[in-house]
Design a protein around this ligand. Structure first.
Ligand SMILES: O=P(O)(O)OC[C@H]1O[C@H](OP(=O)(O)OP(=O)(O)O)[C@H](O)[C@@H]1O
Ligand SMILES: O=c1cc[nH]c(=O)[nH]1
Ligand SMILES: [Mg+2]
Length: 210
């Protein structure tokens, strides 16, 4: 599995704001939005493009546009905070939605939403979720996407743990990962260490979900 860790001072400074427990939800959401812009920029460096003829006010020229605009899939809740930034850079993209909540005891993901095009054959799908911890949630999401025929999945996350990366890699699914960091590991509650806490709670608040 191809893994690209975006090592850039601008990305690192946004990650620092997200990690800092003093950052409130306004600062956290702004940093995630800006980090996503940087990650999407890096992740799409080799995206398929086609050339076409245009005219400037002065002369004929050759333009560039995306050959196969991707499907963006933010994973609810936390991935919602990445959706706008990704869509701003990829305005031609369409968007699907997957909702997953990790059980606090078992750490297994529970799917509560799957709103995706029926056929993803030949599509490039970009999955947005800030956290890959055990990897269970992203694996579940990527399985949903691969089952619909997709052979080209890019996962964009802010932070990943080695366990989660291993799980995704061993899945054999056609995916690559672009991340802001691969952290040390997981604690006994399967939170990333040092991580940033719960990315959903830090954006939207902590409340009981059913
Ligand atoms: O790799 P994993 O061990 O599966 O954990 C990562 C998942 O946990 C978080 O979502 P969470 O279940 O907290 O839902 P939320 O976004 O609604 O807070 C995060 O956004 C990932 O989807
Ligand atoms: O560290 C973690 C692990 C799972 N989900 C989060 O939001 N944070
Ligand atoms: Mg959460």
């Amino acid at each position: 599995m191809d893994v690209h860790v975006v090592e850039h001072p601008l990305a690192a400074s946004r990650l620092t704001v997200m990690r800092d427990q003093r950052s409130d939800s306004v600062a956290f959401r702004a940093a995630l939005h800006e980090l996503t812009t940087l990650l999407v920029y890096e992740a799409t460096r080799d995206i398929a493009a086609e050339r076409f003829d245009i005219r400037t006010p002065v002369a004929p020229a050759v333009g560039v546009r995306l050959a196969n605009p991707p499907l963006l899939v933010p994973v609810l809740r936390a991935g919602l905070g990445m959706a706008d930034a990704a869509h701003a850079l990829l305005p031609e993209a369409t968007m699907g939605f997957v909702g997953l909540a990790r059980d606090e005891e078992t750490h297994q993901p529970r799917a509560y939403m799957e709103s995706l095009p029926e056929d993803l054959t030949g599509r490039h799908v970009i999955v947005l979720d800030p956290m890959v911890a055990t990897g269970g949630s992203l694996l579940r999401c990527c399985e949903m996407i691969a089952e619909r025929g997709c052979g080209d999945i890019t996962v964009i996350c802010a932070l990943a743990a080695p366990d989660g990366m291993r799980k995704l890699s061993e899945s054999g699914l056609p995916l690559r990962v672009v991340t802001g960091s691969v952290d040390e590991g997981l604690n006994e509650d399967a939170y990333i260490v040092p991580g940033l806490g719960d990315a959903g709670d830090r954006q939207f608040g902590q409340y009981r979900r059913y």
